[in-house]
Design a protein around this ligand. Structure first.
Ligand code: NIG
Ligand code: FE
Length: 385
């Protein structure tokens, strides 16, 4: 068992307020970190660092917990660049394009899909992401959904069954929901930790409150944790449903009313904001300030998918959150790390304290503030020793 002391850390964000200054971020300046067996063994001021087998010097760089991207759809083939161009010329997003990606994904072999997931996960790591959740949702049948989850499971333990992503024909809704909660769920279960549903009654391609509730309850009965896509395109019942069923997270939260905010504030459900979606669909941004000021736990994620946000970059989401959602640089970093961990109900990531996973992002900058201050500059990378 080899130990490594990482020295020369100008600013270490631990996300443990007991370990440092700056409130929830628990910042230690002129810090060191000892890694042993993939876990954090020690953090503190460099002058007190214990001896280790090896030393890795960072020349004053900033270290933060690796980003936790708690919402992505990485299992897909093809792209929808033409749909994006049409939107930039004024077309609205309604979810109908999902069918195109389902067709392209079904046509791809396992090896093709595996290479695409691998490349996207590598893009994420190159930008500081060390934990990623991956959803299915471009399969549409039991065999295709379970294939997507089996492949996703080669890259992460945070796999989410999203059989209820596209309602192909509202006339056949009952039969399709029986398929999702029956054979699709059964085939996907061995490869899934979570279940998710696109609850958005404002479009004919998604699921209403009763349909979404039925799907989530079937998943919960099978032992899956709950997540919801809600309130993305218009005000709707997604947030209410997520809180009612004690889902770990409700994602998007673009259109909320006061009742939604109150419900979230008195629940353990995390509000996951996906500002890359508003950027890429030219939509109004969610009101993060109202959520934060009400005491709601907020996470940031990419939602990487070919329709609403084809970006793997958590630093870009942080920059958008600061510039467009009026979050402070500290709030945005917390949401992209500890917030994502809370959305996945994980206490071993999103934090750098003894016993946590040594999932570390190094910034080519003296402070985490530079993530938003220098947008578009590749400052962050996952530390590989
Ligand atoms: O999170 N809104 C539903 N699902 C995805 C988009 C999927 C797609 O358009 O391919 C989302 O935005
Ligand atoms: Fe999504």
């Amino acid at each position: 068992m080899t130990s490594t002391v990482v020295t020369g850390i100008g600013e270490l964000v631990t996300n443990d307020p007991g370990l440092g200054s700056d409130g929830p971020l628990g910042v230690i300046r002129s810090a060191a970190l000892v890694i042993e067996d993939g876990l954090v063994a020690w953090v503190g001021e460099a002058q007190h660092a214990p001896i280790a087998d090896r030393e890795h010097h960072l020349a004053g760089r900033c270290v933060v917990p690796g980003f936790v991207d708690s919402h992505s759809h990485l299992v897909f083939a093809g792209d929808r660049g033409a749909e994006f161009s049409a939107r930039m010329a004024g077309a609205r997003y309604d979810g109908g394009g999902i069918a195109q990606t389902i067709a392209a994904t079904r046509a791809a072999t396992d090896d093709e899909l595996r290479l695409r997931i691998e490349a996207r996960v590598a893009e994420m790591a190159a930008q500081g992401t060390t934990t990623v959740e991956i959803k299915s949702g471009y399969g549409g049948t039991a065999a295709e959904e379970s294939r997507a989850l089996r492949l996703a499971g080669e890259f992460t333990s945070e796999t989410t069954f999203l059989g209820a992503h596209l309602l192909p024909d509202p006339e056949q809704a009952d039969a399709f929901i029986a398929e999702i909660t029956g054979p699709m769920l059964a085939a996907s279960l061995p490869y899934s930790r979570w279940i998710d549903v696109f609850c958005e009654p404002s479009t004919r391609y998604a699921f209403d409150y009763d349909q979404a509730k039925h799907v989530l309850q079937a998943g919960a009965a099978a032992g899956l944790g709950l997540r919801v896509h809600g309130n993305q395109l218009a005000h709707g019942p997604g947030v209410r449903l997520a809180v009612e069923l004690a889902a770990a997270s409700v994602d998007h939260c673009t259109y909320l009313d006061g009742e939604d905010i109150d419900a979230l504030a008195s629940s353990a459900t995390v509000a996951t904001l996906l500002p890359g979606v508003e950027f890429s669909t030219r939509s109004p941004y969610p009101d993060a300030r109202r959520l934060l000021d009400a005491g709601v736990q907020v996470a940031l994620a990419t939602d990487c998918n070919p329709g609403t946000c084809y970006s793997t970059s958590m630093p870009f989401m942080i920059a958008l959150a600061v510039r467009e959602l009026q979050m402070t640089p500290a709030e945005a970093l917390w949401a992209a790390t500890a917030g994502g961990a809370a959305a996945l109900r994980r206490s071993d990531v999103g934090v750098l304290r003894p016993g946590a996973r040594a999932d570390v992002a190094v910034l080519d900058a003296p402070s985490y503030v530079h993530l938003a201050y220098r947008p578009g500059v590749p400052l962050a990378r996952a530390l590989r020793l």
